[in-house]
Design a protein around this ligand. Structure first.
Ligand SMILES: [Zn+2]
Length: 923
């Protein structure tokens, strides 16, 4: 058996968290954080998502640790869906050829373990995260499993590969109830993966969660034995289950939480005679109070029957309190099997058919009737090994961590090879208590996963290579971006006297067959010389770039450009695309986000996909990104597809950290950022903000993109009815805006295109995702925009796909530009399937030869007055992109059903190989 633990990521600008992957042949486990950026790092390293069946989240449930989780889960769901689709397709072909088909095995379920509030966090996304058949099972760790039995050594989770102990630690700043909850006797029994099996297809997996088994005892109307908190949790779990597996039935044994009106079921009136057989609970209304129906059995009696709601229809989640519990884990692999000595077995006369019996531990008969025991033909079994993963958010968790009983339990600690420390604040490493703990446990290697500014190389190597190549084409349009982390501060030196070691992504711990710490694959900055060499291998790129440079430095060109931009209100406005890909982050393009910086007015983010903050930091460094945020006036969210907004929470949170609270404490004087989005989205933010402060109440001003609908909380500063267009200076001028005009576009329910007019007179139109829209191009919205930023997801030859997936082709986007009489055009949101830049028939001119059209790249920086200049480099860029091979396939985005084609191919081959192997062993 082979088993490796890989350091997938350490905290860098590419992701704020640290992630480990435990890999067995057929099954992978994620440990640690699934922060923003994690799935992109995995994709760029070509790590399989299909094999991930268990996610063990460490730390508290907050955005820092889990901000990438929703996107990650969507991608896993889509990978499985695509694999199943590919297998079915293969079967169809086999059937047509009269061949035998193979069983389509999809993932049974994916377990996700994490601290308190995990279910709430997932459920906040119910409006925009939904999948039909992805059985996700959240295991929220709400209690201390060893509070009454500190010496117990039974694992809290076990499957065929590993045993896991949950180690919850609580901040000493935690409020009394939580500290008490952690000290309550645990209701959870030992959980085994087998308990989760869903053999009859009827029982929803979550129903097997032992924590909740006592709740169903409510059938006869007896008083529930569980607390309100448990009932509330039921509802959250129901919502999560429905979000990812809409085919699953609600657990029928669960009570309807009638009395707070917060059920995931609503009550529907029916005649008793018409009530379907499955309806177990019947209610009726007596004097305005809903109660259980006790008869009479008259078919004409009116009863109330609970009817399932879709997860997205659940209007509000029950409130949760903030949690200050951080989950840590101890993980051990099972004792492996020794190596089978075939020659020896043959020599002893064991029949081939009986080899397997020996491997499984049975004694068999050899030649001359001698007994052959497994020990005679198997090498000695190595002792099981494992690791611990601890996350210490701040110093207030140290005492609780160090006093855990597991560290003193020899049976649990035996064989532990390493202890990984996820550290958010470097001060913790200097803490005397922590250092002496490490020295006391010097038998395990203490490895630190923490931010080390200035020394961590970029984790997305392809993106770094791409940036370097673009910079070689033109260094003003594509400024050089650091390949290491942060602002170049001094790297921390490794000090041999310390009881720990810092590590980088790529480090590996081999756990089986023999423990070894491996550093062969450590991430390193890309080699400039190699990139240069490759770049020069096609001299045509350089020739085209030189030609463009010559042209744009010609005085005649420059004066023509100056003349054509003379009436632009802000020719020095900078447009900085931070994410230009569609659907899902790829190696060279992140998901949607465009930064517009207008000197003297402010900065704006148009959409804010996952890890937009990281992209901002990659571009400007940590301090530089904070500088941009201090100037941030508004965030526009075009629609609720996950690739357009999952970076908002971290941007808001950071904004609230770098923009001081007004000393007067007067809301009117507080500098805020406008979050302009559909009310759905504001509700998501409000529900999320129950878990941790993100500046929503203090630093955000919510503006609804739905005319007539106010954001949910008037306390957030805006409850007036929104007019469209909006042009109320009292509301808009603090954000540097004088007018916002929006229109619904054809893409999804809440998709909006928008035109912002700034106080300087600059007008910027932004499409979001959509089919070409006449309303958007009209004078009421985008007409005469100085800049149009339009999606151009697909190449012209994919017109049919564009209609199907409700996106635009290049020509359709240019048609909108022409209709709108846009002065400058930036095309973005490219399908990840075709890395080639589209050809534009007229060589970069809009149809009438007026507006320059430029293609967006991540980390490009183009000044509004210099679009003509930028356009000249399009031929060189087209050439640069030509040689690239397609790496990714995508479908209707938003559903983010994009996946790495090769990954599927690989898995399909593996599945087929497995089927073959089974057939062979059967013979
Ligand atoms: Zn979309």
């Amino acid at each position: 058996m082979l088993c490796y633990l890989d350091v997938v990521s350490t905290p860098t600008v590419d992701t704020p968290g640290a992630c480990l992957r435990l890999a067995f042949d057929q099954r992978h486990y994620i440990f640690g954080n699934v922060s923003e950026g994690t799935q992109r790092i995995m994709a760029s390293k070509r790590m399989s998502m299909a094999k991930v069946e268990d996610i063990f989240l460490s730390g508290p449930v907050d955005w820092h640790a889990n901000g990438g989780l929703l996107g990650f889960l969507l991608t896993i769901a889509d990978v499985h869906e695509t694999i199943a689709g590919a297998l079915r397709e293969a079967n169809r072909e086999k059937k047509a050829k009269g061949k035998k088909t193979d069983a389509v095995t999809t993932v049974d379920h994916v377990n996700i373990h994490g601290a308190k509030n995990l279910a709430h966090m997932l459920a906040t996304a119910r409006k925009f995260v939904f999948r039909k058949a992805f059985p996700l099972v959240p295991w929220e760790i709400r209690d201390d499993p060893r509070v009454n039995t500190p010496d117990a050594d039974k694992p809290d989770w076990e499957d065929e590969n590993i045993r896991v102990w949950y180690v919850p630690v609580v901040s000493d700043k935690a409020e009394a109830p939580e500290a008490a909850a952690a000290a309550q006797p645990s209701k959870s029994k030992k959980r085994k993966a087998e308990q989760m099996s869903d053999s009859d297809g009827e029982t929803a997996p979550a129903a097997a969660q032992p924590q909740q088994s006592d709740i169903g005892a409510n059938e006869s109307g007896s008083t529930p034995t569980t607390s309100q908190d448990d009932v509330d949790q039921e509802m959250r779990l129901d919502v999560v289950q429905k979000m990812f597996n809409s085919r699953a039935a609600w657990n029928r044994n669960r009570p309807v939480a009638l009395f707070n009106g917060q059920s995931v079921r609503r009550l529907e009136e029916m005649k008793l005679g018409k009530v379907p057989l499955w309806a177990q609970d019947l209610f009726c209304e007596v004097d305005g109070v809903v109660q259980r129906y006790m008869g009479p059995l008259d078919p004409n009696a009116t009863v109330l029957v609970p009817v399932d709601m879709k997860a997205s229809e659940v209007p509000h989640l029950l409130p949760v309190g903030k949690s200050q519990m951080s989950i840590c884990y101890i993980v051990k692999v099972h004792k492996g099997k020794g190596k089978f000595n075939v020659a020896k077995a043959m020599e002893l006369g064991v029949k081939k058919q009986e080899f397997k019996l020996l491997v499984d531990g049975t004694t068999v008969l050899g030649k001359d009737g001698i007994e052959v025991t497994p020990e005679m033909v198997l090498s000695p079994v190595p002792e099981p090994s494992g690791f611990a993963l601890v996350e210490v958010p701040d110093a207030s968790y140290i005492d609780s961590l160090l006093s855990r009983p597991e560290w003193k339990n020899e049976r649990i600690m035996a064989g532990l090879a390493a202890m990984y420390w996820i550290i958010r604040d470097a001060e913790i490493l200097h803490d005397e208590r922590v250092q002496s703990f490490m020295r006391e446990h010097a038998e395990v290697k203490h490895t630190i996963l923490s931010k080390s500014e200035g020394s961590s190389p970029c984790l997305i190597q392809n993106s770094a290579v791409e940036r370097t190549r673009l910079n070689m084409v033109e260094n003003d349009l594509f400024p050089s971006v650091s390949h290491t982390d942060g602002d170049g501060s001094i790297a921390q030196q490794q000090d041999a006297t310390l009881p720990y070691e810092l590590t980088l992504a790529g480090a590996q711990l081999r756990i089986a067959p023999r423990v070894a710490h491996l550093k062969d694959n450590l991430v390193s900055p890309p080699k400039e010389e190699e990139i240069m060499e490759k770049f020069l291998s096609d001299p045509e790129i350089l020739r085209l770039a030189t030609e463009a440079k010559t042209k744009v430095s010609d005085p005649a060109f420059l004066s023509a450009m100056a003349a054509s931009t003379a009436d632009l209100p802000n020719p020095d406005a900078e447009i900085v695309p931070l994410g230009t890909g569609s659907a899902l982050p790829s190696r060279s393009r992140n998901v949607s986000c465009t930064l517009v910086r207008v000197p003297g007015v402010g900065s704006y983010l148009l959409d804010c996909g996952e890890n937009s903050l990281g992209q901002l930091r990659r571009m400007y460094g940590y301090a530089g990104a904070d500088e941009v945020l201090r100037d941030l006036k508004a965030i526009w969210i075009s629609h609720s597809h996950a690739d357009h907004h999952l970076g908002t929470i971290s941007v808001l949170k950071r904004f609230s950290e770098v923009v001081p609270l007004s000393p007067s404490n007067h809301p009117e004087e507080q500098q805020k950022v406008a979050v302009i989005a559909h009310p759905y989205y504001h509700r998501f933010l409000a529900e999320y903000a129950q878990l941790e402060p993100i500046g929503l109440d203090t630093h955000a001003f919510l503006i609804s993109s739905e005319p007539g609908a106010a954001p949910p909380s008037p306390a957030n500063g805006f409850s007036k009815e929104v007019k469209n267009p909006m042009d109320d200076p009292a509301i808009l001028s603090p954000f540097g805006l004088s007018r916002i005009a929006m229109c619904a576009v054809d893409h999804c329910d809440d998709a909006r295109a928008v035109a912002f007019t700034l106080t300087s007179g600059l007008k910027i139109a932004y499409s979001g995702d959509c089919r070409p829209s006449r309303a958007f191009a009209s004078d009421a919205v985008g007409g005469d925009a100085h800049l149009l930023i339009h999606e151009a997801t697909l190449d012209d030859e994919l017109q049919k796909d564009a209609v199907l997936k409700k996106h635009c082709t290049t020509s359709e986007a240019l048609w909108v530009a022409k209709e709108m009489r846009a002065k400058n055009v930036l095309l973005t949101h490219f399908s990840q399937r075709y890395p080639k830049l589209p050809e534009i028939q007229n060589g970069g001119e809009r149809g009438d030869g007026e507006a320059p059209v430029v293609f967006a790249f991540d980390f490009m920086r183009v000044r509004l007055g210099e679009f003509r200049k930028a356009r000249e480099f399009v031929p060189a860029l087209q050439r640069l992109r030509q040689e690239k091979k397609a790496a990714v396939v995508d479908g209707a985005d938003g559903k983010v059903d994009t996946i790495v084609e090769e990954m599927v191919e690989e898995v399909v081959q593996e599945v087929e190989a497995e089927v073959m192997a089974k057939k062979t062993t059967d013979v």
